[in-house]
Design a binder for this molecule. Structure first.
Ligand code: CTP
Length: 212
């Protein structure tokens, strides 16, 4: 998401949107009806989805809630954790002779994954991602519990361009935590990861349906 500071400036996160788009496309390929809520990205909308373009985290939350009821929610977005307490309608100007930088007052954005996980119309399967630079396993495990989702796909991100896990890369490596155990998936193209996740979902939902 992008959070405006004034008419020309904003704060945001690194994210290409590729993983979320790939998962939406993989679900469509397997016959799912998909609503894709996306922040601003530079990739085309996948074919066959109901597309909702949003800017801010608050808009993204509203669009996700409007898409309920749903069987599955998958939260891949790099939601900006904070927004400006007040944003200025015009452009914040530098005053002649004033070299001091302005102080930004930020407030926390809603946690969309946590809100969907505790929603009265909670989807049967809620899946999140965890982006971590340190302590991948412990942080992801804590996030799974804190946010109340069913699965977390934990991503180790690095700023080292040589290791293939930087933002915007076509490949991704995740640790899938389901609450019952974990699986270390190898580095693979984001499209392949999407197909594998959808396979895993179909397998799980099939098992749940067979039990009921
Ligand atoms: N997420 C969300 N709403 C937010 C922040 C994150 O829905 N305001 C979702 C992301 O889409 C992802 C999961 O929560 O599925 C974890 O996001 P991540 O950025 O790894 O963690 P944060 O919740 O931002 O926690 P921290 O910054 O402390 O790592």
């Amino acid at each position: 998401t992008v959070e405006p500071l004034d008419a020309v400036r904003f704060i945001s996160n690194h994210s290409s949107g590729r993983q979320g788009h790939a998962i939406a496309a993989a679900l469509v390929k397997r016959g799912a009806r998909v609503t894709l809520v996306s922040g601003p990205v530079n990739i085309p909308d996948p074919l066959g989805v109901a597309m909702v373009h949003v800017g801010t985290a608050e808009q993204m939350l509203a669009a996700c809630e409007a898409a309920l009821p749903a069987d599955i929610a998958i939260c891949t977005a790099a939601v900006a954790d904070w927004r400006a307490r007040e944003w200025v309608k015009g452009k914040i100007k530098k005053r002649p002779g004033d070299t001091a930088a302005p102080t930004l007052s930020l407030i926390q954005n809603p946690d969309i994954l946590a809100q969907l996980s505790s929603h009265s119309q909670r989807p049967g399967l809620v899946i999140g991602f965890a982006t971590e630079t340190d302590n991948l396993e412990a942080n992801a495990c804590e996030k799974l519990k804190r946010k109340g989702c069913d699965w977390i796909l934990a991503n180790a991100v690095s700023t080292d361009e040589s290791d293939g896990t930087v933002f915007g890369n076509a490949q991704n490596k995740v640790l899938l935590m389901t609450g019952n155990g974990q699986e270390d998936w190898p580095l693979m193209p984001k499209t392949e990861l999407a197909d594998r996740l959808v396979q895993r979902i179909i397998h799980t939902i099939g098992a749940v349906n067979a039990e009921s």
